[in-house]
Design a protein around this ligand. Structure first.
Ligand SMILES: [Zn+2]
Length: 142
């Protein structure tokens, strides 16, 4: 592709979510973990959604989870997606609990299944933004 500019919508980076995006850039998945009750949550928030404690630590996660649900888009709502139709949007439940909205890669859309084991892969889309995508974990079949 000769495109020099990324055509899809980009996330708005704030002081609150910057550690999340900085971690992705470094090939790590980090989310906030409550210092009081241990809950790990997403999306970034200034306080624990469970116990409302305001003390938390950005912890590195395994980057593994499973597909909870997904949709396949056959219509483009943003010009940047025109060339990729049909494309999937999936909700991945991480092993640590939180759910992320993402795209699944390295798998045909008609082979996506609920419960599919996936792992994170990183896609640099601009010099500042790296997106978290997920791909199937290779399973040895006997
Ligand atoms: Zn908590």
């Amino acid at each position: 592709m000769a495109e020099t500019q990324y055509q899809k919508p980009l996330p708005a980076i704030s002081s609150l979510n910057k550690p999340f995006w900085d971690a992705l850039k470094n090939r790590e998945l980090r989310l906030q973990k409550c210092d009081k009750c241990g809950l790990i949550w997403y999306p970034p928030a200034p306080l624990c959604p469970d116990c409302w404690a305001r003390k938390f630590t950005w912890v590195q996660l395994s980057g593994r989870g499973r597909v909870n649900s997904w949709v396949v888009f056959h219509q483009s709502y943003f010009k940047g997606f025109d060339d990729e139709l049909p494309y999937n949007v999936a909700e991945v439940e991480l092993d640590e609990g939180p759910r992320l909205l993402t795209n699944l890669v390295d798998i045909p859309n008609d082979q996506i299944r609920a419960g599919l084991r996936v792992e994170i892969t990183f896609e640099d889309v601009t010099s500042d933004i790296t997106l978290a995508k997920f791909r199937p974990i290779e399973i040895r079949r006997s």
